[in-house]
Ligand binder design. Structure first.
Ligand SMILES: *Cc1c(COP(=O)(O)O)cnc(C)c1O
Length: 398
């Protein structure tokens, strides 16, 4: 597809960072930005009841998408807040009885940073190391569990390399030792089937904007059985059964509910078509170019994810040469921190290979034409960059 046809806007290939809103979600939300403006916590009149009823329908849709009961869903502002609430909530509530937490070095920073904070407050935290595929050794997890362990926090799908963790196995181990299991499933919802009961997950964080839903709304699932107790992070009006004070935003709740309903219905066909596009793209790149390294494992990987390092190419310069493609990199300059991706380093990449990495995230609204165009442009520019380098180093030698 030509740039003209896309009205000059770049092809969006960064669906792990956020996703475009699905029009069906927008449609579901609109009335709640208009005449249905009530505060869902207003119990004394029609406007409040109308909003509250819509919020409860959404809660049911969200619960259904992960195999939970509606009474186990607590709205939050997103996965960052849900992760904070889960980890801080459990750590603080149970600290006097049990104070050990187990997590993994390749978790999202909002999990790791929360764990660092819990260490400051007196918890002991074990950070499991990962192999080149991004997997930790289940025996290491087993060995790390002790009398004092209250919580294991492991993400269902990794946001850089798309790795799917064996949550059911981890869950079985956690249940056997009566340790609570939390999972950040922000990148898993709508990508793989989720069933918190079958997976023995006690707490799960999800968010709308990674699944074609609104930014600014997510949820924490907290199991009723076994009953998990949490210390709230916000104090206030006692909404969400005292766990998360603050007025709920009905437009966003309704949007997230619709998002979850669509996630379930679209998943089977969507996953297949994304996998095909992803594999085609990879094949074209590796057929035309040498020195393309896949980061992470191609098995146990969500279908829209591709993460590669391109030998002799600085990803930053490559992306600058490709303003018509929106992608991301594990290089230092594109991240909020000063360092290149700690996840890529954890799976064994050198600084140089991390700086040469590209993350391509395909999503619901990408077309084969777009992927075709992206493959062509990538091949051209990578070749250009490499030839430029060669002639530069040739000159230097003269
Ligand atoms: C995006 C993301 C988050 C943060 O979610 P927000 O809703 O933006 O706060 C947390 N964990 C993972 C794995 C993510 O991909």
């Amino acid at each position: 597809m030509s740039l003209e046809k896309r009205k000059g806007r770049p092809v969006y290939l960064d669906n792990h960072a956020t996703t475009p809103l699905d029009e069906r979600v927008v449609e579901a939300m609109m009335p709640f930005f208009g005449e249905k403006f009530g505060n869902p916590h207003s119990g004394s009149h029609f406007y409040g009841w109308e909003a509250a009823e819509a919020v409860e329908v959404a809660r049911g849709q969200i619960a259904d998408a992960i195999g939970a009961d509606a009474s186990e869903i607590y709205f939050t502002s997103g996965a960052t807040e849900a992760n904070n609430l889960a980890i801080k909530g459990v750590a603080r509530f149970y600290r006097e009885k049990k104070n050990h937490i187990i997590t993994c070095v390749s978790e999202h920073m909002c999990v790791l940073d929360t764990c660092f904070q819990m260490e400051k407050e007196g918890n002991r935290v074990t950070y499991l190391k990962v192999d080149q595929n991004g997997l930790f050794d289940l025996d290491e997890l087993q060995k790390a569990i002790c009398e004092d362990t209250i919580l294991i926090s492991i993400m269902t799908v990794q946001n850089e390399i798309g790795l799917i963790q064996p949550m059911a196995e981890i869950g079985a181990m956690a249940a056997e030792h009566k340790v609570l299991l939390h999972s950040d499933a922000a990148q898993a919802l709508g990508k793989i089937p989720l069933d918190v009961k079958a997976m023995n997950i006690n707490l799960m964080s999800i968010t709308g904007h990674k699944v074609y839903g609104p930014m600014g709304l997510g949820a924490l699932y907290v199991s009723n059985k076994p009953r998990v107790r949490l210390e709230p992070v916000f104090n206030g009006g006692g909404q969400e059964k005292n766990l998360r004070s603050g007025t709920l935003p009905p437009p966003l709740c309704v949007g997230f509910g619709k998002t979850c309903e669509l996630a379930v219905t679209e998943m089977p066909t969507e996953a297949k078509s994304l996998e095909k596009m992803r594999d085609d793209l990879l094949e074209r790149l590796t057929t035309k170019l040498d020195g393309i390294h896949i980061n992470g494992s191609m098995e146990n990987r969500v279908s829209g994810n591709l993460n590669i390092s391109i030998e002799d190419v600085d990803a930053e310069s490559l992306m600058a040469a490709l303003p018509d493609l929106a992608m991301s990199s594990g290089s230092a300059c594109t991240s909020a921190s000063e360092e290149s991706s700690y996840v890529l380093k954890a799976i064994g990449l050198s600084n140089e290979m991390a700086e040469a990495s590209l993350r391509i995230g395909l999503g619901r609204f990408n077309t084969e034409d777009e992927v075709d165009y992206a493959a062509e442009r990538l091949i051209d520019e990578i070749t250009n960059v490499r030839e430029g380098r060669k002639s530069l180093s040739g000159n230097a030698a003269e």
